[in-house]
Design a protein around this ligand. Structure first.
Ligand code: GLP
Length: 241
């Protein structure tokens, strides 16, 4: 794993956007795996800024998001679908039919998981997967204990993950407790992976990832089995390492 230590969230966002832009500008067809949460927001802002200033085009970009809450329709303002439209798809003009997010409102959730997995298998894994990391070491919504062999699946979110994401819901009673997420093996199909981490809250997760062993108790440790992973983390997040 390559580790790029940066000063702060701002620099992490700039460096990660640069890596994504290099891919977008150097390939005729690009598939990006995308993440949500607070961590990649700055990266998306940088991509939008670049689009506005330099007119970088996204006609050749296809995207595959990691996860979505169960029970939230794509039109729900608190869905990851709405998040992606607001922060990236609309501002940089990625045609919506080139974007893919698991459908958390599907009637047959198991079938939806299989459909999503097949999509990703058919492209042979995304070219570049962007990841954040949960405070308990989760990637996507793969909570501790998830088998490394897992494909896209339904997950019951742990109390700590619910707590960490509560700020994104105006009414906590309406916060979904289940999600659909790419599995660990789905993520590992990516040709290249970029994991971002910033701030004190990610210290323990990074410590376990970088100093600990490969174990299903720390989902992100599966990334050690992949040979093209870059971690961009700020000094705060790397403090215990
Ligand atoms: C959620 C998302 C993950 C994200 C994690 C960290 O659980 N499903 O993809 O990496 O939160 O979120 P944040 O970046 O807000 O710390």
């Amino acid at each position: 794993m390559k580790i790029i230590e940066v000063a702060d969230y701002k620099e992490m966002s700039r460096v990660s956007a640069q890596i994504i832009l290099e891919k977008i500008k150097s390939q005729e067809h690009v598939t990006l795996g995308l993440a949500t949460g607070g961590t990649p927001l700055g990266t998306y802002k940088e991509l939008v800024k670049d689009h506005e200033e330099n007119g970088t085009r996204y006609d050749h970009v296809h995207t595959y998001n990691l996860d979505e809450y169960v029970g939230l329709a794509s039109s729900d303002p608190e869905s990851y679908h709405a998040y992606m439209c607001e922060h990236l798809f609309h501002p940089v003009h990625i045609p919506l039919d080139q974007t893919n997010i698991p459908n958390g409102a599907a009637e047959e959730l198991l079938q939806e998981c299989m459909r999503y997995d097949t999509l990703i298998e058919n492209i042979g894994g995304v070219d570049l997967q962007l990841l954040g990391i949960g405070q308990n070491g989760h990637i996507g919504f793969n909570e501790p204990g998830t088998p490394f062999s897992s494909k896209t699946h339904i997950v019951d979110l742990t109390p700590s993950t619910l707590e960490a994401n509560a700020e994104y819901f105006a009414d906590r009673c309406k916060q979904p407790t289940r999600a659909l997420t790419m599995g660990i093996s789905t993520i590992l199909q990516s040709k290249e992976i970029l994991l971002l981490a910033s701030g004190e809250k990610k210290q323990e997760a990074l410590f376990h990832l970088l100093r600990g062993e490969v174990t299903e108790a720390v989902p992100a440790s599966a990334l050690k089995m992949h040979d093209r992973v870059t971690i961009i983390a700020d000094s705060q997040a790397l403090k215990l390492v």
